[in-house]
Write a protein that binds this ligand. Structure first.
Ligand code: PRP
Length: 217
């Protein structure tokens, strides 16, 4: 039997994903060792492999078939725009993609002024402003601490993830527009879905049943 390979976004999401998989009988003790620098783990009995990748690379591994299945945030899926099937919402890490800024930027947004938008997600920002709002903006790509941009005058607004809202609040910023809800999703390589249809669909079905049960609780 061929191995089915999982690409997990390393960090908190990978840990939560492993604990969900454990509940449907898929275990991997090795992956839990906090001192290990190992990147790939095997469950010989079930013929499964797991590897930890940088979140933004998970869609790449899945599109090319280096992983059959991936677990990654919807933000990364939208930003990377890779060809793959999104099959399940795990409901983990729920948050929102938003346009945020100082309250005074609301007017600029509403009047369709040529504003600057700082973001770690240039493709999501472009799609939102150009295709949905038909508004011309200048997009500035940053790599983190996006909230700084409007404070120091790099941009008028930002496009970023809002979870609790406390980062915005502590920096005197507010949500101006909501782009979309986000959470962790299961994605599948398009060829793997055909070649390993039975094993993959059984797995997805079990995950789905578990999640539905948890939601009822
Ligand atoms: C994310 C996001 C916000 C913050 C939102 O940043 O970019 O800054 O979390 O969370 P909150 O609404 O609960 O305050 P992250 O910690 O991932 O770091 P980053 O600065 O590298 O984006």
């Amino acid at each position: 039997m061929k191995y089915i390979t999982f690409a997990l976004a390393k960090g908190r999401l990978a840990k939560k994903t492993m604990s969900i998989l454990e509940q449907i009988g898929i275990t991997c003790e090795e992956i839990k060792d906090p001192n290990s620098r190992k990147l790939i783990f095997v469950n010989e009995e079930l013929k499964l492999k797991f590897f930890l990748a940088k979140a933004t690379d998970v869609p790449t591994y899945v599109e090319y078939g280096a992983a059959d299945i991936g677990v990654v945030g919807k933000d990364t899926i939208l930003e990377e725009g890779r060809k793959m099937y999104e099959v399940l919402d795990l409901g983990l890490g729920k948050c929102r993609m938003c346009v945020a800024g100082p309250e005074k930027a609301r007017e600029l947004l509403n009047h369709g002024e040529l504003i600057r938008v700082a973001t770690k997600y240039p493709n999501i920002a472009k799609d939102y402003f150009y295709n949905k709002k038909h508004q011309t903006v200048e997009i500035i790509k940053l790599n983190g601490s996006i909230e700084l941009a409007p404070i120091v005058g790099l941009s008028e607004v930002i496009v970023d993830i809002v979870e609790t809202g406390s980062t915005l609040k502590e920096n005197g910023l507010v949500v101006l527009e909501e782009i979309c809800p986000l959470s962790a999703r299961v994605v599948v390589n398009q060829v793997s879905m055909k070649m390993e249809h039975d094993r993959i669909t059984t797995l997805i079905k079990e995950l789905k049943e578990l999640i539905n049960k948890e939601e009822v609780k």
